[in-house]
Design a protein around this ligand. Structure first.
Ligand code: RIB
Ligand code: CA
Length: 329
């Protein structure tokens, strides 16, 4: 399999952290060109520091991490008020107490990195956003020429059915409806992995025990993160009994698309200031005559997802043995 040149745009965040570990454990398939961070689950200062913490946890201080937009396009809120501490905890990584990162933050702004990397690329690059789409939209607005250098955007966001942050909207799209609108109207190929799918990949006690049994500093950090995410008062929706691993689905799709099913459909993003803000209306049954602008996923092989994620996270057992100097408080 030819390596996928990838930029992961994220807001770590507990499930973003697992997605990043998942990607870093898959070097045969993924050439991670950079990790760009954005406001969403927390202020961008926190999301970029957490991205660096996770790279160091994975013994990959060589990864280029960039700080992106500190607020969304039409934010009524200042960036300091962004947080999802009720879900991800004060640090954004639950009960996982990793030391402040020592690897460098890249000096270039994330949006400039995305633009420069795409324009200079000799082959098309895949973008994998797992937070609000603010960085991606800003890149598309600032430099439209990047469109022909994007192979596809595989994103976690949106929903065909009921939202999670409001009855209508999923959190990433709700954070920045206008940015989401820009991306879906850009004409760039999009794979939309929404809540209809990600709610099927929830942590279970049994799976958490499998991770804990790996017995490495990485698996312990994952347990410290996901046990916080798995706790009952973090379960905000009826029918959800575990921590929903939303963002790792983006990486699983890149590694093994056969785990997923979906269809090409027209998706419209609501940018009003009503309760519909951030709603992704998916014309699943082609009631309208609009051209599809996304490949919308609606099914996942849940067992296959966890088998793949577990197998890749198990690889850190070897990584940690190679580099016993890594210490994690
Ligand atoms: O709605 C779920 C999404 O919002 C996930 O990406 C999670 O990390 C939060 O950003
Ligand atoms: Ca996220």
């Amino acid at each position: 399999m030819k390596k996928i040149p990838l930029i992961l745009d994220c807001d770590p965040g507990l499930d973003d952290a697992i997605a990043l570990l998942f990607a870093l454990a898959s070097p045969e398939e993924i050439d991670l060109l950079g990790v760009t961070t954005v406001v969403g689950n927390g202020p961008v200062q926190q999301t970029q520091e957490n991205a660096r913490r996770i790279c160091e946890l994975a013994a990959r201080p060589d990864i280029k991490v960039f700080q992106g937009c500190p607020r969304t396009l039409f934010a009524k809120l200042s960036s300091s008020t962004y947080s999802a501490t009720d879900i991800h905890g004060e640090t954004g990584l639950g009960d996982c107490k990793l030391p402040p990162p020592s690897m460098p933050l890249q000096p270039q702004h994330a949006v400039s990195f995305i633009i420069e990397t795409l324009l200079n690329a000799s082959e098309k690059i895949t973008l994998a956003p797992s937070g609000s789409l603010t960085n991606i939209a800003c890149a598309l607005i600032m430099e439209p020429r990047i469109k022909e250098k994007i192979d596809k955007i595989v994103l976690m966001g949106g929903v065909i059915g009921l939202g999670n942050i409001t009855p209508t909207a999923e959190y990433n799209f709700y954070c920045d409806p206008q940015a989401t609108y820009v991306v879906f109207m850009s004409g760039v190929p999009i794979v939309m992995i929404g809540l209809d799918v990600t709610r099927q990949t929830q942590t279970s006690e049994e799976w958490l025990h499998t991770i804990e049994a790996m017995g490495t500093p990485v698996s312990q950090a994952i347990i410290d993160m996901l046990s916080y995410y798995h706790r009952p008062d973090a379960i905000l929706e009826p029918g959800v009994t575990g921590g929903v691993l939303h963002d790792p689905n983006v990486i699983a799709y890149l590694l093994k698309p056969a785990l997923y099913k979906g269809r090409h459909a027209y998706v419209e993003i609501d940018i009003s200031s009503t309760i519909m803000a951030g709603r992704s209306t998916v014309d699943w049954h082609k009631k309208l005559s609009f051209q599809p602008n996304g490949y919308v996923i609606n099914e996942v092989d849940t067992a296959g997802f966890f088998d793949l994620l577990t197998e890749r996270l198990k690889r850190y057992t070897h990584v940690m043995k190679k580099d016993p100097t890594c210490s994690h408080s």
